[in-house]
Design a protein around this ligand. Sequence first.
Ligand code: ADP
Ligand code: MG
Length: 364
Amino acid sequence: MADRIFRAPGRVNLIGEHTDYNEGLVLPAALDLFCEVRASRRTDALLNASALNLNSSAFWKTLSIPSARPRGDWSDYVAGTAQQLERRGIKVSALNLAIRSDVPLGAGLSSSAALEVAVGMALVSYSGRTLGGAELAKACQQAEAEFVGLQCGIMDQFVAVFGRRGHALLLDCRTLEHRLVPLPAEVELVMVNSGVRHELASTAYNERRRECEAAVRILGRSLRDVSIAEWPDAESALPEPLRRRARHVVYENQRVLDFVAACERRDLTALGRLMRDSHHSLARDYEVSCFELDFLVETAAAIDGVVGCRLTGGGFGGCTVNLVRPGSVESFRRKISAAYCRRFGHEPAVYVCSSADGAREIAA
Ligand code: ADP
Ligand code: MG
């Protein structure tokens, strides 16, 4: 029988940072970098997965998937997804899965969610059952959180499923309501990877989560439910640094809504200002930026054709996201790489992307 190919995209978050675990709003876009899974039936009772990027393969007896245990490597993303699907009544078939991705692994563009969702879609499809997109995203997120053991929100898997070419995805992390937002045609998405990941990252992440929880306890409500108008009152109840942390979250939610409105009226100036405000808020109030990211943002802001730029992801390293006019992309790449290299002694990886469609089966 013919092979079938399923693919799911990586993503970048345009705005709405550290809002996900505060029941807030995020605005990611799916990127035209994909994880592709080529699937074919086997006649034995094995699920076999080959990671072509890593030159590694792994297999499981299909009957053992409900009781599979993590092995501590890439194959956990596959087994975890399969196990979550079994829990939802999807029987995993005996298959070969050849996995190949052009989402860079571990660069902050969510190769992990692309892998889970592409594998998940293949497994569901061969089971002969159907599963809604939101359920597929949740199964994949649970695979990563519970089986792989990495705490992550639902954003990555959601946009890997529901992203659409020419659009970003507004996602309410409290209700999981989502809608597509048209992106202005005059911009490309350019990610610059600082190539650093400071030690502080995971301890600071946990600390910020605790600080937000403490602010919520004092205020008696979710930061999501504090409007800008109510902020002056809320603020006076909070000691530092909780006040600064909460301020970031409250204003960042509003910035997401303002960004969506600016996209809809194609106001590039407003997009740029909102990204800059988001970055400064993350740097000064939330204190999750670092020297390299600040350097990339300051340098980019001074380059011709850059509409907006900010750090993206948790911070302390990883990528910046830049909205760049198509005619300026190549000179932007050259200039930002040269400046970064002069300052830090190594070239950053630069990814020039368009927004893309979410997971689907493609012609083999
Ligand atoms: P990110 O999602 O930002 O790329 P993560 O650390 O969350 O970074 O996920 C990267 C991990 O996901 C890799 O180390 C690997 O275990 C797994 N992974 C992602 N894509 C692939 C792939 N194509 N083949 C095998 N493993 C992959
Ligand atoms: Mg990931």
